[in-house]
Ligand binder design. Sequence first.
Ligand code: NAP
Length: 295
Amino acid sequence: MTILDGKKVSNEIKDEITAEVNKMKANGEKVPHLAAVIVGNDGASLTYVGSKVRACERVGFESTMVRLSNTTSEVELLDKIEELNENKEIDGFIIQLPLPPQINTQKVLMAVHPDKDVDGFHPMNFGKMALDMSTFIPATPFGILELLDRYGVETKGKHTVVIGRSHIVGRPMSILMGRRGFPGNSTVTLTHSHTKNITQITSQADIIISALGIPNFLKAEMIKDDAVVIDVGITRVPDENSTKGYVITGDVDFKNVSKKVSYITPVPGGVGPMTIAMLLKNTLLARERHRASSI
Ligand code: NAP
């Protein structure tokens, strides 16, 4: 069994990005600049945005955190997005989800200029991804592809089962694993809450990518020997023995599942750090594109 070590690989990617940034600095070029917009005070969201800002500092990017109150109106947020779209200093920006209920998430994501949409959530970028065109791939699926690639996990002709069909993880993952190329060329089954007999499906899978957010959902008896298991789930489970009062738990019963698999991602330290590294990679790509279009 091999652990797909997202922490280690993400550090390698960050080192590669740092080297690129150092070259830019040496040439007197502007370095990439990422902005993150956060609306409200959700603890998990603040933690995620904090990690993204720290990651920018680590690789030498500029970063800006835009904090808006929980009572921000949709119009106010759209105005802020327009400002970021127009700001030539900012190469890419993200809107941390979830947004408060008074704001229409779809409308907000549509307002982000596709050239600055480093999360890859805009329909134009999502469509390009589905059509195999060069674009920003959503960071979590992009990170999973990168892990499979760097560990040389074979995907061609394999049966990949994706659990969960969210727009940010499961749905794009299912498209990417079925694309021509590597990683890809898989036969993909996309499952969700209405899927019947999920064990019958997962037990036939060569590769399982679980993104549903139910702690320890995937049990050893649901998988076949030597499967590849990617655990995207991050759930805060209350734990009075932890100083934080909770532990981060994945979708996979790691203790038992890891005894059967060929490759597996841990939680934490698997997909999570890869997501941040790939956001940085998308920001670098955005910078390179803006530079190319201004020459
Ligand atoms: P989401 O939007 O809540 O979607 C969950 C999906 O799981 C839905 O498609 C739902 O089906 C499906 N589902 C629910 N119960 C199911 C069941 N019993 N059997 C099969 N499918 C079921 O979740 P998300 O945003 O994709 O996030 C999923 C998990 O990944 C969460 O724990 C989240 O925190 C984590 N996450 C981690 C990262 C990272 O960087 N590691 C990034 C993003 C998300 P329906 O469509 O039918 O409702």
